[in-house]
Design a protein around this ligand. Sequence first.
Ligand SMILES: [Zn+2]
Length: 421
Amino acid sequence: MNRLTRLWALLPALCLTFSLAACGPMGAAPAGGASTPPESAAPTPTPEPTPAPDPYDAVRTYWSEDQLTQAWGPNQVVEHLFFHPVIAYPQWAFHDCPSSQSQKEGLDDWMVTVDEYKKILDNLYEKGYILVAIEDVWSEVTDESGTHMVRNTLMLPEGKKPLVISFDDVNYYDYMLEEGFTSKLVVGEDGQIWAECTDPYTQETFLTQDLDATTILDQFVLEHPDFSLNGAKAIFSLTGYQGILGYRTQNDRSLPADDPKRPEFEAYRQSEIDAVKPVIQRLKETGWTFGSHTWGHINLGSSTRTLESVQTDTERWLEEVGSLVGPTQVLFYPHGSRPDGDDVTQTGPMFQYLQSKGFRIFASVGIESYSKIKGDISAVICDRLHPDGTTLRWQRDRYLQFYDAADIIDLEVRPDLGKDW
Ligand SMILES: [Zn+2]
C-alpha cells in the first residue's frame, strides 16, 4: 500500500476521532457558563464567565524562589532518562497481536508497560528526583574564549536531585497503533491533554489519561507538584515521517504538484496541522518542550550516511515539524548513533552542519548520564539512560539509584526471556 492509500484508509478512523473529541472526555465536568436568570428578573447585563483557573498554575508556582537554596553545580551530574511510548495493552503487545515474534521481542526490549512506567515514576519521586528542563541545564555564552556552551548551576530545593526526562518517537507510528499503544494526544473539553486509545480486543475508541506516558506524567505532576522545578515536565523527541503526536502532518513528496489527488491531500494535511496546533500549545503551557529526532529516524553514525542526505532530512524536519513546534536546540540521535563518536575536540562536517541549524545539545544513549562540552564548537554531547525491557532484565544494578528492577518488571505479562538478577 503506498502512503497515500494508507492515508485514505485512515479517514474513517479520523471521522470517529472528531466525533469523539466533540463528545469530550468521559467524566469531564460540563463547561461552565452563565445560568439563565428567572423569567421575572429585570434584564441585567450577562456577566462574563470567569475563566476556570488553570490547575497547572499550582505546579508552576509550587516552589518559591526562597526555597531554592541548594546549588547544583556544573560538576554535579544531571541524570537523564528516556522512554519510548509505553505499552497500554501488554498482553496484546507481547502475545496476542498479529506482529512477528521479533517485533514483539523488540517491544519487550525497548518499551515499558503502563504499570511499570507508573512504578518507575513513583520510585523517582520517592528517591528525591525533581524534573528540570533540559534547556535550563546548559547555556551558550560568548566571552574572551569565543562562543561556547557552559553547564549552569541549578538552584534546587534542599534534598532534591535534578532529573531530565525525554520521550522518543512520540509520533504514534502506524505500527504502534496495531500493537497496543494509544493513538494520539488531544485537548479534551476540560482544556487538558488526553490520549485517544482503541482497545485492540473490542475496537472501542475512547479518551484516557491513564494509558499514555504523557498524560500519566501530567497526572503525576498535578498530584505531586514538588516533583517539578518551575513547572518543568519532559521533552519530546519527534521524527516527522508519519507526522507528530498522532497527527499525519507530513508532506507527501511523491505526489506531484499537478497530481489530481494533490488538492484532496493538501486539505487533509491542513486539517491535521490545524488539529495538532492546540495540542502543542497546551503541552507547552504545561511544561513540555520539543526536540528533533530527525525527520526520517536516520542513522547519523552510519558509514554510508552522506552530508547531503542529512541536509535534506534536517531541512524537511524544520519545514514540517519545526514549523509547528517552534525552534529547538536539542537533537536526539536515532539509534543513539553519533556522527563524531565521543570526540569533543574534532568536529566533522555533519555535526558542524547540524550545529549551524541551531542544535546545541546532542543526545545519545548510554550506560550513564554522561555529558561533555565540546571544545572546538558551541555544543554539548550527552548520553541518556533507558528504562526498558533490556535494562530491567540485564542492568538492574546500574539503575538502583532510580528504582529496583525487581520491583518494576512485570514478568507475569512479559515473555519468558530471563533476567540476570
Ligand atoms: Zn527513535
